[in-house]
Design a protein around this ligand. Sequence first.
Ligand code: NAP
Length: 265
Amino acid sequence: MKLVVIGGGRMGGALIRGLISSGWASPSELGVVEISEAQRDRLEGGHHGLATFRQYDTGMSNDVVLAVKPQDVEMTCLGLADKSIRRVLSVVAGVTTATLESTLDPGTIVVRSMPNIPALVGHSAAGITRGTLATLEDLDWASGVLHSVGKAVEVPEDLMDAVTGLSGSGPAYFFLVVEALVEAGIRVGLDRETAIVLARQTFIGAARLLEETGESAEDLRIAVTSPAGTTAAGIAKLDELKTRESFIAAVISATQRSKELGEQS
Ligand SMILES: NC(=O)c1ccc[n+]([C@@H]2O[C@H](COP(=O)([O-])OP(=O)(O)OC[C@H]3O[C@@H](n4cnc5c(N)ncnc54)[C@H](OP(=O)(O)O)[C@@H]3O)[C@@H](O)[C@H]2O)c1
């Protein structure tokens, strides 16, 4: 077995899907430890040859992904004691490498990451940080796992709250923009269905342009904004209403909240 994923919920399930569909591993090379029988049945049904287990046992892969909820981390790590775990990639929000290292057996290599919800469709943006024992090779291994569901960028651990504020919470900011555009479309006379189709497709199209051209957001915006044209009028209104500053404030607030939640736990 190449890897065991502990916690086969939304994020663990997305990783399993990504690892199989990207060819990182075949279903028979992966294992999932999951306490919910319903989840185990769903995962086995979805991936022919994937083995699921009620608990981790020595002899499964000693490389592990930890994908349980933050409140389940301590109990889960206690269950991993004396089981010869070598390396852990955690996707658990808000739990530091120091906490993981002190909860797992001494000597366990820890890499921590913060992916986001588009992992469900293979387009996650993740920050990744190394624990005290993790080498560049361990980072490569963890990046390889995360690349099966999107992109991963290394950051120092004290910037994981910033990652949470930007890309962790980021999908919700963009959903809010789409909601607002739909409302705007209705306000200027379109029916709801038409406004939804146009707003969603505009958003997807803009994202694809960013991805496929590799040009900066600023260059693309300037290229589509003719002087004194319609887009210029729209952007001028956004500037007047301090939209840019609002997004910056939102990311700062989310980062601050992530710090507070980390201090409380
Ligand atoms: N979803 C996201 O977008 C996202 C983004 C970034 C980070 N994360 C992180 O990913 C982690 C998982 O989130 P999620 O949304 O995937 O949660 P989830 O859907 O609740 O999945 C967690 C799964 O782990 C199971 N579990 C709990 N304790 C266990 C144990 N000791 N051994 C094996 N399985 C156990 C849970 O079973 P029960 O439900 O029966 O307890 C549940 O099926 C969280 O720490 C979260 O912070 C998630």
